[in-house]
Design a protein. Structure first.
Length: 406
């Protein structure tokens, strides 16, 4: 038979978090090594469980979940999502503005397929969660990366965004709280981003999947509440992180702002939703219960809580390594440390990660995998318990000490 090749569409699409570095880790596992995988924000392997009420709700509803649902999602989940945003100040939204998807991932891809035409430029943060860049490329758009400023707690550089806006710019992507940096944007910053979208007539796409994972005095601000009725705002969130339920594949999209101007796009989005039938129905049933009632995430994010203590431990220990600096994460599940190029002159950070993996059996992800501009960062997932994380950072420190010794 002839050689079957991947489509040309995929030529420039990358998703390094599960790319060649994972293939290398699996090779080592096949040789009998135990690898500590700190490359993916998957809560379950680190002993986190979805809240009992969420699990019970899914089990209870399994018999009623055998058929396809409405392609935009079951009514109770969509109402719960609409109520959630209404209670956060977004009064002009209703059940008809909500789409439920197989995680935020599916909805990001569907939305981009529905409104990006060849050559449309989409502004994406650098560093980013790389699905955004990959999905824009796959949709035929051009990702344009704007700088988040490490010396300013990784806040987005609004002047850089403005400088990169052209006549082809179609949308502005914001990830808040941010993966991989752990930044949480102030009200003034969120308002600044909304204002940019307003002044340049851009669609605002806001990924808020970590909205409830906040440390110390960090507060989350929904961009949509400032976008009011004059900026089309597409807000993405779901159960994967705050409800420790990545595998249930339950995410949502909330459409707000001047929806009457977006009727054609929404018709296209509905077409795509129809073509994939519906999201996983058992996962959809968990949404109403998750959003209502007691939020067990609160036990994890305060002092003594695992998410908080682990993030702070990793952050503190990383900063103790010579030539390593890490901005304190204010939310989410990651540290994104910098390796001083004067001490660690890394040219290929993916190779650095593979060398670290081979030497210490720890898998992290290289910074350029998040579309960061220089090969001088890596991302560490802060999900293991404090003892395991302490050992892991210790092993990274001893590897780096060997690198320094030449
Ligand atoms: N957005 C961000 C910023 C993420 O970090 C992730 C997963 O790590 C996702 C979206 C994907 O979420 P989901 O599991 O809902 O597809």
């Amino acid at each position: 038979m002839r050689l079957i090749k991947q489509s040309k569409k995929l030529q420039d699409v990358r998703y390094d978090v599960r790319g060649p570095i994972l293939v290398e880790a699996e090779k080592l596992e096949a040789q009998g090594h135990r690898i500590l995988k700190l490359n993916i924000g998957n809560t379950a392997p680190f002993g986190f469980e979805a809240p009992d009420a969420v699990l019970r709700d899914m089990i209870h509803n399994l018999p009623q979940s055998q058929g396809y649902s409405d392609s935009r999602g079951i009514y109770s989940a969509r109402t719960a999502v609409a109520h959630y945003y209404q209670s956060h100040g977004l009064t002009d939204v209703g059940v008809e503005d909500v789409f439920i998807g197989n995680g935020v991932s599916e909805l990001i891809s569907m939305v981009l397929q529905a409104f990006v035409d060849d050559g449309n430029e989409i502004l994406i943060p650098a560093p980013d969660y790389p699905l955004w860049t990959g999905a824009v490329t796959l949709a035929g758009g051009t990702p344009v990366h704007y700088r988040c400023d490490e010396s300013d707690d990784w806040n987005p550089d609004l002047a850089d965004i403005e400088a990169k806006i052209t006549g082809n710019t179609h949308a502005l992507v914001v990830i808040n709280p941010n993966n991989p940096t752990g930044a949480v944007y102030s009200e003034a910053t969120v308002r600044g981003l909304v204002d940019l979208a307003r002044r340049h007539d851009l669609v605002l796409m806001v990924d808020e999947i970590y909205e409830k994972i906040l440390f110390e005095d960090a507060e989350h601000h929904h961009a949509a509440t400032f976008a009011a009725d004059d900026v089309l705002c597409l807000t993405f969130s779901g159960l994967s992180k705050a409800y420790r339920a990545c595998g249930y594949r339950a995410g949502w999209l909330m459409v707000s702002g001047p929806k009457h101007l977006a009727a054609d796009f929404l018709e296209g989005l509905t077409l795509l939703a129809n073509m994939r039938m519906c999201a996983n129905v058992p996962g959809q049933h968990a949404i109403q219960t998750a959003l209502g009632g007691y939020q067990s995430i609160n036990e994890l994010i305060g002092p003594g809580g695992r998410f908080y203590e682990q993030s702070m431990t990793a952050w503190r220990l990383l900063n103790e390594i010579p030539g390593v600096s890490c901005v304190k994460p204010r939310g989410a599940l990651y540290c994104f440390p910098r390796l001083d190029p004067a001490i660690y002159p890394i040219e290929d950070d993916q190779q650095f990660v593979i060398d670290l993996l081979r030497a210490e059996k720890i898998l992290v992800t290289h910074g350029t995998g998040f579309n960061w501009f220089e090969p001088d960062h890596f991302r560490l997932v802060t999900l293991p318990d404090v003892d395991v994380l302490t050992e892991a950072v210790g092993r990274i420190a001893s590897y780096l000490s060997a690198v320094r010794a030449g």
